[in-house]
Design a protein around this ligand. Structure first.
Ligand SMILES: NC(=O)C1=CN([C@@H]2O[C@H](COP(=O)(O)OP(=O)(O)OC[C@H]3O[C@@H](n4cnc5c(N)ncnc54)[C@H](O)[C@@H]3O)[C@@H](O)[C@H]2O)C=CC1
Ligand SMILES: CC(C)=CCC[C@@H](C)[C@H]1CC[C@H]2C3=C(CC[C@]12C)[C@@]1(C)CCC(=O)C[C@@H]1CC3
Length: 345
């Protein structure tokens, strides 16, 4: 009878490993002695010890090749949140995640760690010290959030100790750090266009921003804690810097660090939100004639003008999570990593 070789527990795959978070995760896994396969639709770098498998996660055969002898899978692939392509989000985040789970079962993978998002409970109104038992958003603010909710449900439901597949979901919030293609570049672009003069609301809203190394640390802790007897099986965990900060102070620290002026003038939240809604509707109506993407989308205005910070006490209790880099150090390291985005560069 053919005996099945048990995959090495230090052999893992990172789906979405060419992305911002994925690459940081791959680098840390290599440091910790893991052998890593990256599965992604693109290859963005080369590193000794990493094997790249190019493919779409909706393609089970391509996944099966990448998952050979892998015991642990990190799934951190997603279309960019800024896209408004509903069909793409549904195909990749929902059908694609179903395919990933089927492939993991067929390949004998034992553990799946999903990168979910704290936004799965965010509806555009204040969340203060939100815990994981908050209900999923009934009216998600965009297709990204809508499909991240379904994705998380699928992964958590797939946790089955009898079948030997253990799953957990990590919910980070506001990830930032070197090589992030979103937060700092959008901010600098907005500043360069002279649109970072205004603070939406009174500027006192507290938000979580999470340095990428802390998100990576949370993922690896989860993977290493995931055993049949562990309380984390089939559960979701907030991973943040655990240092809520005023949204506008954080933005100002990055801007000033890069040589730009901090926003100073206040605008009423409801006015800006209403305008953003109007612009968004206009962009939908005019889409057949002109394509324009407003900077001030309702989602972005809601993120900039409300409280949204989360408790990570569940992660502290169940897996001993503690941020490894403070917000201050994370901001300094991030600012230093973007010399090309400095004012005047
Ligand atoms: N950046 C943030 O602030 C936050 C991100 N997240 C989640 O973290 C994860 C990683 O995000 P980032 O690294 O920021 O994004 P990213 O866009 O830098 O990386 C995503 C990667 O997924 C890959 N990908 C997309 N569609 C694919 C497909 N069909 N098949 C295979 N690969 C595909 C992309 O090529 C890319 O390399 C995502 O799941 C996102 O929802 C959650 C909370 C906050
Ligand atoms: C905490 C969290 C979930 C952050 C997510 C990152 C992005 C959504 C933000 C990064 C840069 C932000 C930004 C704005 C909205 C939210 C971001 C895109 C504005 C467009 C909000 C309105 C402004 O006055 C300009 C801001 C530029 C930067």
């Amino acid at each position: 009878m053919a005996t099945r070789i048990r995959p090495s527990s230090k052999r893992c795959a990172v789906i979405g490993g060419s992305g911002f978070l994925g690459r940081h995760l791959v680098e840390k896994l290599l440091d910790k002695g893991y052998t890593v396969s990256v599965f992604d639709i693109r290859q963005s770098y080369e590193l000794p010890g990493v094997t790249f498998h190019l493919g779409d996660l909706c393609d089970k055969q391509a996944l099966l090749t990448a998952l050979q002898d892998v015991s642990l899978v990190f799934h951190c692939a997603s279309p960019a949140p800024a896209s408004d392509d509903k069909a793409l989000f549904q195909r990749v985040n929902i059908q694609g995640t179903q395919t990933v789970l089927q492939a993991c079962t067929e390949a004998g993978v034992q553990k799946v760690v999903l990168t979910s998002s704290a936004s799965v409970v965010f509806e555009g109104t204040d969340i203060k010290d939100g815990r994981e038992d908050l209900p999923y958003a009934k009216k998600p603010i965009d297709y990204y959030t809508e499909t991240k909710i379904e994705q998380e449900k699928l992964v958590l439901k797939a946790c089955d100790k009898e079948k030997g597949l253990l799953t957990v979901a990590i919910r980070p919030h506001g990830i930032f750090g070197p090589r992030d293609p979103q937060l700092v570049p959008i901010l600098v672009d907005t500043a360069r266009r002279g649109k970072m003069k205004f603070i939406i609301g009174d500027g006192s809203n507290l938000v979580d921003f999470t340095f990428v190394d802390n998100v990576v640390h949370g993922h690896i802790l989860a993977a290493e804690s995931l055993r049949p007897e562990s309380p984390i099986c089939g559960k979701a965990y907030h991973i943040t810097n655990d240092e809520p900060v005023r949204f506008w102070d954080f933005m100002s620290d990055i801007l000033v660090g890069l040589g730009y002026a901090a926003p100073r003038y206040h605008l009423p939240y409801t006015l800006v939100y209403g305008l953003a809604l109007l612009l968004w509707l206009l962009s939908l109506l005019l889409r057949p004639l002109v394509a324009f993407k407003p900077t001030f989308t309702p989602m972005r205005v809601a993120l900039a003008g409300t409280h949204h910070f989360y408790s990570c006490s569940r992660a502290k209790q169940d897996m001993g999570y503690k941020p490894v880099v403070s917000l201050k150090d994370g901001i300094r390291c991030t600012v230093e990593s973007y010399p090309h985005l400095r004012h005047g560069a």
